[in-house]
Write a protein that binds this ligand. Sequence first.
Ligand SMILES: *[C@@H]1O[C@H](CO)[C@@H](O)[C@H](O)[C@H]1NC(C)=O
Length: 524
Amino acid sequence: MAIRHTRRDIILLLLGAVSMRLFTFFFYNPAPLEMNIDTDHHSPPTQEVHHTTTVIEALTTTVTVTLKPESRPRSTLDLAPQLPPTSLVAHAPGWTLFKNLYMSAGTLYIVTDTPSEFPKIRLMASNPLPAENTPQNIAMREPTAYNMAFLTPAQANRRWGDDVGQNRVFTIDGNTVLVNEPQQFLRHYYHLVAELMFGVQAFWHGAFAKPSFDVDREYVRGPHPAPPPIDRVMFARSSADGWRDGPGFNAYFMRAAFPATTIEVQEDWEDRVEITETGDRAFHFPQLLLTDRSASHRGAICGSQTQRIAAEAVEYMRKRGQLVGIRVGGWWEPVRQKILRFAGADTSFDAAGGESTQLPMPAKIVVTYISRQSAGNRKLIPESHDGLVDALRELVERKGPTWELNVVEAEKLTRDAQLQIIARTTMLLGVHGNGLSHLVMMPPTRLSTVIEMFYPGGFAHDYQWTSRALGMKHFAVWNDTYRSEGIGEGKPRVNYPDGFQGNRIPVDGPTVAQLIENRVGGKL
Ligand SMILES: *[C@@H]1O[C@H](CO)[C@@H](O)[C@H](O)[C@H]1NC(C)=O
């Protein structure tokens, strides 16, 4: 008796699970975007499906007889009489968030009856060749019909469906970031973390945030509602080695900031291309952010103002009021917190920040000079370096115990140790170069400042734009002169004069020390 009851119970439970499962198939609709906005509980559709699947499989092992093969779960799309058309959630040049994008034989397909409602393909995708600044190369990077194309739903159903309504479209569930650029830039800490992933975070966070121009929200650093998780990042044009930098910060960043995100590379993408080569079947991405470096450069903000791909993502979301804490890097803060917690850095100071419209003053003025003197190029003249260190020492000693100086040769410290110092830094100082990428991990305070030394006459936007995007002040220094956007003559023009990359960069130490003193004293 007891046994029979138990078995009946199991079968009832199983029926319940199966009908729940069928219910999920037929009636589950992913919440529209607007419904996701104000809540912390974004459970993506995949989570529910996975959970239910587990229940069935666990029971299957005990009472297999009652489960016919046909009642095994099938992808929602298998049951769809029509393929869901592609829709556009958000778009800036080089940054496009789609629902229902398809890929077959290497081509990304937008399935729609109204292609005119989509941006120009060249603003979404490119032929992903390494970039050179020549007219031929620029022309060759224009997208072709192989890179991206439109299909009507009828065409798509003819290609990938059959007469009995069973299609050959296979869903890659969850949220995907597809990076359509070669490894040329990806293998640099600055370009991967402070540019690409910086833009991904802005675009992804912004796409799921409620628009608001409320001034209070411009200063919110956190916590704020998290966007849905990114299930995978596909570096489709880079080998496994290609997105990893020498010092190992890219892998450190990706695994610490996105520990559950799967990373696929070119070999994985090519599997998917190769097995769909006949064109009669396709993969389907329910939600996909396509990033494309060359397409960003076709936009006005990146192409002619900043040369920063992330600038297109940040500006698009900023204009719509969709970046929380726009003045204080609040939208980036969840990533920063995760990295610093991973590094074992002290972030207790940050937590005290709160949500006032004033950033906190730092408890201590920490000046960090990232020295390149043992790097291969872009070094200060040795006397300039010594003079700078002397002037900084003199300043910090004169100011007393509430000031601190770190002279850092990054390559001699572990990644953890570097980040622990940055997590406390108020004034980050260095010659133009990758060491300054750490600025994205600096704590936002009322005094947070990046000071970048250039060969006289030289200038580039990399760290200037990035500092400003996080609400920090940036100064460019040329020997005994300096400038910041908003004072003096404004932003200088991009320029790489002879000597820019060389090892004879002059800097007048007392000028830099005076700049720091004036900035902390509220004069700059
Ligand atoms: C740098 O500035 C110092 C101080 O004004 C000056 O003596 C020196 O000649 C300058 N060096 C260069 C290369 O301009």
